[in-house]
Design a protein around this ligand. Structure first.
Ligand code: FA5
Length: 341
């Protein structure tokens, strides 16, 4: 066989193999092409290799060198095609899939509007020097009632007005009475005063529970922001200033608020704090000067210290700021509502 025919045959083989490997649509097709060209028994390369025996001995060296070059080129072409398929190369893409289109964005959640409100209130009160204190949601009657000057026969202790946990047993702190879900954050006032000495300037934000029927402004679980300021010579003027500055910061300079005489067993005098909304007054919290009996319950001398406390409804504040007209929207879990915040 002439050298030229042999070399032509090799060129043809190399280009056929390259085209077959490049055009293989998947791993199986590539394997078929490999067997066709590189198969140890009947592969096309093997066939051409056998022809080397028919080349004149003077041309054998040239023919052998070229044979080795082509073998290496075909092997390289196979490996390149294989690597491309392994890495999910173009040839594996499903028909109809357009890789230039933007991908699916993973859906990221965001902070619930009530948590956003808590963060905002904490920030405003922090600027006035109030630090955050925490207390448990499962309370004992001492912290929820007794120390707050709410006697045994007070209607606020009625089982129909509270979530008592009858099976939870006696309070861990006092060994007395059935535990309950706290009905107000005022419990934290007691816990802080029991563990610290004045001056005290804290807020406490958290969940409270009452068996209230849900309506546009009530929910059985809601949040309160408790405030407590104890020092010497604290007056009602300090209380009014703090609440007014707070309301202006959170609801805007144009907000109208008013203080209405009221009664809480743990403050004397007591007030309700209202803001004007759509032409009517809405109560957003209670407040007052700490009752001397409360100071006595935590071991403070009522002759030496004075202070004020307030408890504001977090949902009502959030609703007023964002124009939310139904508290139930906050807890329905409806993303069409929540995504607006
Ligand atoms: C209290 O809970 C007192 N502890 C507040 C207080 C603290 C007074 C310190 C004096 C000193 P009241 O029960 O009024 O007070 O509740 C306070 C606020 O919680 C209400 O003004 C209202 O904004 C909110 N609130 C009460 N019940 C609900 C409810 N079911 N759903 C949503 N918000 C409520």
């Amino acid at each position: 066989m002439s050298l030229q025919i042999f070399l032509d045959r090799l060129d043809q083989l190399q280009s056929d193999a390259q085209n077959a490997f490049d055009g293989a649509a998947g791993i199986d097709a590539l394997e078929d092409a490999r067997v066709t060209f590189l198969g140890a028994k009947n592969g096309q390369f093997k066939d051409v290799q056998k022809m080397l025996g028919g080349i004149d001995s003077a041309d054998k060296r040239t023919a052998g060198m070229r044979l080795n070059e082509v073998k290496k080129a075909i092997n390289d072409a196979f490996e390149t095609a294989q690597a491309q398929l392994d890495s999910g190369g173009d040839s594996q893409i499903e028909p109809g899939f357009d890789p230039s289109l933007p991908g699916h964005q993973p859906q990221l959640g965001h902070i619930h509007p009530i948590t956003q409100t808590i963060d905002h209130l904490t920030e405003i009160m922090g600027r006035m020097g109030f630090e955050v204190a925490e207390g448990p949601e499962v309370e004992d009657p001492f912290h929820n009632f007794v120390a707050l000057n709410i006697p045994e026969d007070h209607p606020a202790r009625d089982p129909l007005d509270n979530f008592y946990l009858a099976t939870a047993g006696k309070s861990a702190d006092t060994g007395e009475g059935d535990a309950l879900l706290r009905s107000q954050t005022s419990t934290v006032q007691i816990r802080v005063m029991q563990s610290r000495q004045p001056p005290i300037r804290i807020i406490s934000l958290g969940r409270v529970y009452r068996p209230d029927a849900p309506d546009a402004t009530h929910f059985p679980m809601f949040h309160q922001m408790e405030g407590l300021y104890v020092d010497t010579n604290v007056t009602m003027a300090n209380l009014k200033t703090v609440l007014r500055v707070f309301a202006n910061n959170y609801l805007g300079d144009d907000v109208e608020i008013r203080f209405r005489p009221s009664f809480f067993p743990f403050t004397e005098p007591s007030v309700e704090v209202d803001f004007l909304w759509n032409g009517s007054w809405i109560e957003f919290g209670g407040a007052g000067m700490i009752d001397p009996n409360v100071f006595a319950a935590v071991g403070y001398d009522p002759e030496k210290v004075s202070g004020f406390a307030f408890g504001l409804g977090v949902e009502r504040l959030c609703m007023r700021r964002h124009g939310i007209t139904d508290i139930r929207d906050l807890y329905s879990g409806d993303l069409r509502f929540l995504q607006q915040f």
